[in-house]
Design a protein around this ligand. Structure first.
Ligand code: SF4
Length: 332
């Protein structure tokens, strides 16, 4: 099956300026050579600690930012070559749901306006038509027509995120990027919104890129998971493999540090020591070497390639699968 979205060697560097003439003195390497593909109807989870470049990658795919290098293909077409008119129609196909529904919804506008705005922008000029569509969308996300005249502050966090979902659905997109979309919600509300997203995926054949720092959230919604560290993908596999047999020490450490909701499932906690190094001056060789318990000189000298170690399971570590796992899901 051809991918819906594909990125090839994608790079995004931000200049850091200094001195009297504000010359470029360094670069923030937010995304530093990422290649991956998302199939139609699939959910790809994208995880990593804060600052690893996962949100930047989402914004590059949406072309909300221009990459420094690399390609973004949507349905096989290089969207970086699109002109304004093409980009306008691309906006209908790709949408984003943000983390904080309160700040992403205009507090001075009512729900009819907020959800109906993309319809107006994309040419649905009849107010009656827009309101009928908004009403339908609200019902789809579990709200009702009575909510149309209310304002964001009159809703709970979960309801506000449902409004964000309705807005994202307004133009019948193919791809929705959920950028920490449930991170600000209570656990029980998170589950409701995730269930809603899964139901909508089945109903509308949606494809999701689900960005989160929370591995437990990603586990339940993702078909495959990509793990990012300092601007690079370090492991990519289907969800079952990542959670049962992670091969990269970083993924193992993240899983070892994640809270486990099941009291019968003992987990040996592997504490991830230290902070993520600065993306301005990433470590030589393997970027994880400053925090990895298995570091050897080779890791400092040579950057590991992302290699396929089992069908569909890739990891970037010189010793992937050759060292004791930092994560023991069965308490071993
Ligand atoms: Fe650790 Fe070396 Fe593997 Fe990097 S390449 S994750 S430092 S063992």
């Amino acid at each position: 099956m051809n991918p819906l979205v594909e990125v090839r060697d994608l790079v995004k560097h931000y200049p850091v300026t200094g001195g009297v003439f504000l010359r470029e003195v360094a670069k923030v390497r937010a995304v530093d050579g990422v290649s991956l593909a998302i199939k139609p109807g699939e959910t790809l989870g994208l995880v990593g600690e804060s600052g690893c470049g996962k949100s930047t990658l989402g914004r590059l795919i949406l072309r909300l930012e221009e990459p420094t290098a690399g390609q973004v293909l949507f349905e096989g077409e290089d969207i970086l070559a699109y002109d304004r008119e093409h980009l306008r129609s691309l906006r209908e196909e790709m949408q984003i749901i943000f983390q904080d529904p309160f700040s992403s919804l205009n507090p001075r506008k009512n729900v009819a306006h907020i959800v109906g705005e993309p319809l107006l922008v994309h040419g649905m000029n009849s107010r009656a038509e827009r309101e009928a569509r908004v009403q339908h969308l609200l019902e789809v996300v579990g709200l009702s027509r009575e909510h149309m005249r209310r304002y964001p502050h009159q809703f709970s966090g979960g309801q506000r995120q449902r409004i964000g979902v309705a807005r994202a659905l307004a133009l019948n997109p193919k791809l929705i990027i959920c950028d920490e979309a449930v991170s600000a919600l209570d656990v029980s509300i998170q589950a409701q919104v995730i269930n809603l997203l899964q139901d909508l995926q089945d109903e509308f054949n949606l494809t999701y890129l689900f960005i989160s720092h929370d591995l437990s959230v990603v586990e339940h919604i993702s078909d495959r998971v990509a793990v990012m560290y300092l601007g690079k993908v370090v492991e990519l596999a289907d969800s079952v493999m990542i959670y049962s047999r992670p091969l990269h020490p970083y993924t193992q450490a993240l899983l070892g540090a994640a809270p486990v909701p099941d009291p019968h499932r003992a987990v040996k906690h592997a504490i991830l020591k230290g902070d993520v190094p600065s993306p301005i001056n990433p470590p030589s060789g393997c970027r994880f070497h400053t925090r990895c318990p298995y570091v050897e000189q080779m890791c400092r000298d040579h950057e590991p390639e992302l290699r396929e170690l089992a069908p569909g399971h890739t990891a970037a570590c010189h010793f992937a699968g050759q060292r004791p796992s930092l994560f023991k899901p069965d308490g071993g």
